[in-house]
Design a protein around this ligand. Structure first.
Ligand code: PEP
Length: 255
C-alpha cells in the first residue's frame, strides 16, 4: 500500500443534459462522503457551473474538472474555452490528452504539451491521459508509447510542477469497450510508467509521488482488483461514472 492518496475521476464525456446532470451531481453529493479519496467529475462545458454549484451548496468535497480547454488566454479562437473562463466557473482541474481527443479529434503531442504547460502555469491540476492502441500493444510497443506520450506531454514541466500532475494510463482498446486490462497487465504498465518518470525526473521523488490512474472499462466488479495493485492509484472512469451507484462503488473500492 503506497501513501499516495487514491484519486478517482468521472469523465461524463458528451453525455447528460441539465436534468440528468443535476440529478447525478445531487446523488453523488449525497452518496460520496469520504475524505480518503480525491474525487473529480468532468461534465460537458455547458454544465460545469451548475455541477460546481451543486457540490458547493451541498458542502461536497467532489471537485469539478473540464474535459478540454484551449491554451491561449483569449481572442479569436471560435468555439474554444479558456482556462480563465474555467476558473471563473469553479473548475480547478483539467483533463489533457484523452484518447478521444488524440485519436477522434486529432490533437497532436505538440498541442497536448501546450495545454499541459498553460494549465500548470495557470495553477490548474492536470490529468494527462496516455495509452496505447490495440495494434501497438500487439506489436509489443505499450511501454514505448506510454514513454513517448509522457515525454512529449511533460516537456518543459518541472519536477515541482509535477505535484499538480496525475497520469491516467488508459489503453485505448479498453476504453468504452467492456474489455479491461488484467490487473497484472495494468500493474506492469503502471510500474513501467513510474520507471519512465524516474528517467524523466532523475534524482527526484517524482516517480514515487505522482499518482497514476487506470482507465478503461473500470466498474465496481473489477475496481477492487485493479486498485489493489501497488502502482495503481485510482481510476479514470467513463461509462460507470454516469450512475451514482456504480461510481460510488468504485470510490468505495478505492478506500
Ligand atoms: C474514459 O473515458 O476515460 C474511460 C476510461 O471510459 P470507460 O470507463 O467507459 O472505458
Amino acid at each position: 500500500m503506497s501513501d499516495r492518496k487514491p484519486t478517482i475521476g468521472g469523465n461524463w464525456k458528451m453525455n447528460l443534459h441539465t436534468g440528468d446532470a443535476k440529478a447525478l451531481a445531487v446523488g453523488l453529493a449525497e452518496a460520496v462522503k469520504t475524505d480518503a479519496v480525491d474525487v473529480t467529475v468532468f461534465p460537458a462545458f455547458p454544465y460545469l457551473a451548475m455541477v460546481a454549484g451543486v457540490f458547493c451548496d451541498a458542502g461536497s468535497q467532489i471537485k469539478v474538472g473540464a474535459q478540454d480547454f484551449y491554451h491561449q488566454a483569449n481572442g479569436a479562437y471560435t468555439g474554444e474555452v479558456s482556462l480563465s473562463m474555467l476558473k471563473d466557473v469553479g473548475v480547478a482541474t483539467v483533463l489533457v490528452g484523452h484518447s478521444e481527443r488524440r485519436h477522434v479529434i486529432g490533437e497532436t503531442d505538440v498541442l497536448i504539451n501546450e495545454k499541459v504547460l498553460a494549465a500548470l502555469e495557470a495553477g490548474f491540476e492536470v490529468v494527462l491521459a496516455i495509452g496505447e492502441k490495440l495494434e501497438q500493444r500487439e506489436a509489443g510497443q505499450t511501454d514505448f508509447i506510454n514513454y513517448a506520450q509522457m515525454c512529449y506531454g511533460l516537456a518543459g514541466v518541472s519536477a515541482e510542477q509535477m505535484s499538480k500532475v496525475t497520469i491516467a494510463y488508459e489503453p485505448v482498446w479498453a476504453i468504452g469497450t467492456g474489455k479491461t486490462a488484467s490487473p497484472e497487465d495494468a500493474q506492469a504498465a503502471h510500474a513501467a510508467i513510474r520507471g519512465c518518470l524516474s528517467g524523466i525526473y532523475p534524482g527526484t521523488d517524482v516517480y514515487a509521488t505522482t499518482r497514476i490512474q487506470y482507465g478503461g472499462s473500470m466498474k465496481p466488479a473489477n475496481a477492487g482488483e485493479l486498485l489493489a495493485q501497488p502502482d495503481i492509484d485510482g481510476g479514470l472512469i467513463g461509462g460507470a461514472s454516469l450512475k451514482v451507484e456504480d461510481f460510488n462503488g468504485i470510490i468505495t473500492a478505492a478506500q
